[in-house]
Design a protein around this ligand. Structure first.
Ligand code: ATP
Length: 248
C-alpha cells in the first residue's frame, strides 16, 4: 500500500534521509528502529507531507533549505508532492512524536478536533471505540490535555489520530518517555487496533524490545539510511541489532 523508493531528504547540506527504500504492507504493523537523529521523524514528516509545510514556511521566511527527492507511492499514486491535508483525506494520519496534545482543550475536545475529517456517525462510532480501548480516557473526558499524565496523553494522541479515520496510521515514537508498564499496555493496544480495525500501521521507536512482539516487519535506520530489514525474528537473531537496539 505504501512504497518508498530512493527517498532522500536534505536540511540544507545535511542529509537526513539517505536513499531509503521501504514498504508498508497493507493490514500489518511495520516498524522503524533508529537512535536519536537517525531520521525517524523526518521520515514520518515526509510520508505525511508535513515536510512540505515546513518547506513552505521556510520559503516565506526567505530561505528554502529542505529538499525531498525520490518517490512515495500510496495505493498506486505518487504522493510525494501532495499536500498533507490531501494525504490525510486519503487516510494517511500522523500521530506525532511528543504527542502534541492541545493542552488547554479537554480530552473530549482533543478527540473532537481529531474527528474533523469524519462524518458525525463515524466520529460517534470511533469515539466509542477509543473509550473502549482506553477506558481511562472516558473517565478523563473533561480534563484538560495539559493535566493528563504522559501515558494518558499518548492514549489521547492515538485516540485523536483514530478519530481522523486513518487507513495508514503513522506512530512516531509513541512509547517515548513512558514507564515499562505503560509501554507494554500501549504496545498491546496498538496491536489490538491493528487486529480489530485492519488499519495499516507504521511505528518508529528508538528501542525495538517493547514493540518487537507486535511488528510484522521492520527496518533499521542509521544516519538516515535503512541499513537492515527483516521480520522481528530475523532482526532479533542479528547480533549487531541485538546489542544496539534490544539492549541485550
Ligand atoms: P529523535 O529520536 O531525536 O526524534 P529522529 O530519528 O526522529 O531523532 P530526525 O528528527 O528526523 O531524527 O533528525 C534527522 C537529522 O536531521 C538529525 O541530524 C537532525 O539534527 C536533522 N534535522 C531534523 N530536523 C531538522 C530541521 N528542521 N532543520 C535542520 N536539521 C534538522
Amino acid at each position: 500500500m505504501l512504497e518508498i523508493k530512493n527517498l532522500m531528504v536534505f536540511y540544507e547540506n545535511a542529509i537526513a534521509i539517505n536513499n531509503v527504500n521501504m514498504r508498508c504492507k497493507e493490514g500489518v504493523i511495520t516498524g522503524v528502529f533508529g537512535a536519536n537523529s537517525a531520521g525517524k521523524s523526518t521520515l514520518m514528516y515526509t510520508i505525511s507531507g508535513i515536510i512540505l509545510d515546513m518547506k513552505k514556511k521556510e520559503k516565506m521566511r526567505g530561505g528554502e533549505r529542505i529538499t525531498v527527492l525520490g518517490s512515495i507511492t500510496y495505493d498506486g499514486s505518487d504522493i510525494l508532492n501532495m499536500k498533507p491535508s490531501e494525504r490525510a483525506k486519503k487516510g494517511i494520519i500522523l500521530c506525532p512524536e511528543r504527542r502534541r496534545i492541545f493542552p488547554e482543550s479537554t480530552t473530549l475536545e482533543n478527540l473532537k478536533i481529531g474527528g474533523y475529517l469524519a462524518t458525525r456517525a463515524q466520529a460517534k462510532k470511533t469515539m466509542e471505540y477509543v473509550f473502549a480501548i482506553f477506558p481511562a480516557l472516558r473517565e478523563l473526558k473533561g480534563r484538560e490535555g495539559g493535566f493528563l499524565s504522559g501515558g494518558e496523553q499518548q492514549m489521547l494522541a492515538i485516540g485523536r489520530a483514530l478519530m481522523a479515520q486513518p487507513k495508514l496510521l503513522l506512530l512516531d515514537e509513541p512509547l517515548l518517555g513512558l514507564s515499562p508498564k505503560i509501554e507494554a499496555i500501549l504496545a498491546r493496544t496498538v496491536k489490538d487496533i491493528n487486529r480489530e480495525t485492519g488499519i495499516t500501521i507504521l511505528i518508529t521507536e528508538q528501542y525495538a524490545r517493547p514493540i518487537l512482539p507486535i511488528i510484522d516487519y521492520a527496518y533499521v535506520l542509521e544516519n538516515g539510511g535503512a541499513v537492515l530489514e527483516g521480520t522481528s525474528q530475523e532482526l532479533m537473531e542479528n547480533p549487531d541489532v541485538k546489542s544496539a537496539y534490544f539492549g541485550l
